[in-house]
Design a protein around this ligand. Structure first.
Ligand code: HEM
Length: 146
C-alpha cells in the first residue's frame, strides 16, 4: 500500500479541485465573494518540502508514518471526496502485482541517457515541464522484458 500511496502522491491525475463560494469567505486577509469559483491547487501540497522530505523522490518508506492531517488530499476531501478512491487504490495494487510478478527488469543505458537528456532539457526550458516529467522519469528508468 505504501508504494500505491507514493505513486498517487507523485503521479496524481488531479492537480486541483473546484469549489464555488456559497457565501463571502474571508481567507488569510482576502475576501472570496459569494458565487466565485475557486480552484484549489492540491498538487502543491503533495510536493511541498514542508510536508514531504525531498518531495520529488519516489520513497514509499515515507509512508511508514501517516501524512500530517490535511496534507494528503489526492482524492479531494469532504462530501465530494473521490467516489472511486478505494477502487483506484485496488486497481493500482493489482497492476503493481502483475508488474512485479510477471516481468523481469533491467536498466537500459540508452533509455537512461534519453530520459536524463529530457530532464536536463526541461530544467533549462521550463521548470513546470520538469515538474510534470519528473514523475515520468521514474517509469522510464526500468525497461520491461517479458
Ligand atoms: C488515482 C485515481 C484517481 C484520482 C487521483 C481521483 C481524484 C479525484 C478528485 C481529486 C476528485 C474531486 C474530489 C473533490 O472535489 O473533493 C474526484 C472526484 C470523483 N471521482 Fe475520482 N479519482 C481517481 C479515480 C477514480 C475512479 C477509479 C473513479 C470511479 C470509477 C472515480 C470517481 C470519481 C467520482 C464519481 C467523483 C465525483 C465525486 C463527487 O463529486 O461527489 N475516481 N476524483
Amino acid at each position: 500500500m505504501q508504494v500505491v500511496e507514493e505513486t498517487i502522491r507523485l503521479a496524481n491525475i488531479s492537480p486541483m479541485l473546484y469549489r464555488v463560494a456559497l457565501r463571502d469567505v474571508e481567507y488569510r486577509g482576502y475576501t472570496i465573494p459569494e458565487g466565485w469559483k475557486v480552484i484549489v491547487w492540491i498538487r502543491s501540497l503533495h510536493v511541498d518540502p514542508k510536508y514531504y522530505d525531498d518531495p520529488l523522490s519516489f520513497n514509499p518508506d515515507r509512508w511508514d508514518k501517516a501524512a500530517k492531517l490535511g496534507t494528503y488530499q489526492v482524492f479531494g476531501g469532504g462530501e465530494r471526496i473521490c467516489a472511486g478512491n478505494m477502487l483506484a487504490r485496488l486497481q493500482l495494487t493489482i497492476m503493481l502485482h502483475h508488474l512485479s510478478c510477471g516481468y523481469k527488469y533491467s536498466l537500459n543505458f540508452q533509455t537512461f541517457i534519453n530520459s536524463t537528456c529530457v530532464q536536463l532539457f526541461s530544467v533549462i526550458i521550463h521548470p513546470l515541464y520538469f515538474f510534470f516529467t519528473g514523475s515520468i522519469y521514474f517509469f522510464q528508468m526500468g525497461v520491461v522484458e517479458s
